[in-house]
Ligand binder design. Structure first.
Ligand SMILES: Cc1cc2nc3c(=O)[nH]c(=O)nc-3n(C[C@H](O)[C@H](O)[C@H](O)COP(=O)(O)OP(=O)(O)OC[C@H]3O[C@@H](n4cnc5c(N)ncnc54)[C@H](O)[C@@H]3O)c2cc1C
Length: 302
């Protein structure tokens, strides 16, 4: 069988593409290497998706999935895409579950959190070092944690952690935050949060689990330490695009062309894995809709 559309990634971008593709009556298959829902599954609270002033990420993901299934989207999870072979009018999507032939591909594979690169980070991952406050915050009730980063993810997750931790230090390498102003205001007003500016984590230290973080001030080069039970890291994103042989920027993000096209005809891109000034649910769903409509028009012209 030859699909009309194969969507890679079951986050907001991929599921929206699925809704639009199915409503256009296209034979569509969505492939997801984990559970359907994408990154928002592990987001505690979403406050900026229109129509939902306050909703948990997991609930929003479940609504996206139900919505896509209502229109008959075929999904397969626990299937990892490893490559795409361009055969002109069709593409072969290579997966851990075999090859799949399709007329178009929509890459909506998102990103993975970047590692800090500090000494001790790998050794203590799962033993105090985490990249997901929603998953692991529970273990830090009445404890002290360090959050590393200055963007929206770092700040919203730090605020979330104040619900259970007794103290949250935000270590940021600059002297101001990149996060949305409203998130900044909430963090500055939170009595449990203290900021450590112009600083990076030099080393994470402990015996069995994290016991302290060694901090280096990037201006004075001075070293200091914070006694902490956990280190939550939000220092950037790596795109999940290694399987795709299309034009990318130096960071591996896919270069989008008008209509969410890529440098290869018949392959489209949507969401966080593309070059974009904003990585949010709203932007991901917009991309997904455009990519699906572009795929439909491309198929009509084949
Ligand atoms: C901590 C945190 C808090 C956030 N809070 C908010 C918020 O409040 N509001 C907001 O708008 N945004 C928020 N975001 C950002 C939001 O989660 C993303 O912008 C959004 O999820 C992007 O959707 P996506 O579909 O492009 O990618 P993703 O959600 O990352 O989904 C991509 C999917 O592709 C799958 N995949 C990857 N590679 C493969 C492969 N090779 N084969 C098969 N499947 C693959 C992944 O498993 C994943 O499920 C937050 C992000 C984080 C990390």
């Amino acid at each position: 069988m030859v699909y009309d559309v194969v969507i890679i990634g079951g986050g907001p971008a991929g599921l929206t593409a699925g809704i639009y593709a199915r409503r256009a009556m296209l034979q569509t298959l969505l492939l997801e290497r984990m559970g359907i829902g994408g990154q928002i599954i592990v987001t505690d609270l979403v406050e900026n998706f229109p129509g939902f002033p306050e909703i948990s990420g997991a609930d929003l993901a479940a609504k996206f999935e139900q919505h896509a299934l209502k229109f008959g989207l075929e999904t397969k999870n626990m299937v990892d895409v490893t490559g795409i072979e361009d055969k002109g009018k069709t593409k072969i999507v290579k997966t851990t579950d075999g090859d799949i032939e399709t007329k178009t591909v929509i890459i909506a594979s998102g990103t993975t959190p970047k590692k800090l690169g500090a000494k001790g980070e790998l050794q203590f991952t799962g033993k105090g070092v985490s990249y997901c406050a929603t998953c692991d915050g529970f273990f830090f009730r009445d404890k002290t944690v360090v959050v590393v980063g200055g963007g929206d993810s770092a700040i919203t997750e730090a605020i979330y952690l104040t619900k259970m931790a007794k103290k949250v230090y935000i270590v940021h390498r600059r002297d101001k935050l990149r996060a949305e102003k409203i998130n900044q205001e909430h963090a500055f007003a939170n009595p449990k949060i203290s900021f450590v500016w112009d600083s990076v984590i030099e080393e994470i230290v402990g015996k069995q689990v994290v016991e302290k973080a060694i901090i280096r001030n990037v201006k004075t080069k001075e070293l200091s330490e914070i006694k902490t039970d956990g280190v939550f890291i939000y220092v950037g994103l790596i795109p999940n695009t290694g399987f795709a042989d299309v034009e990318k920027d130096e960071g591996g993000f896919i270069v989008p062309y008008p209509g969410q096209a890529t440098s290869v005809k018949g392959i489209f891109v949507a969401g966080d894995c593309r070059v974009t000034p904003l990585r949010q649910i709203t932007t991901a769903v917009g991309d997904g809709a455009i990519a699906a409509v572009s795929a439909e028009r491309y198929i009509e012209g084949l």
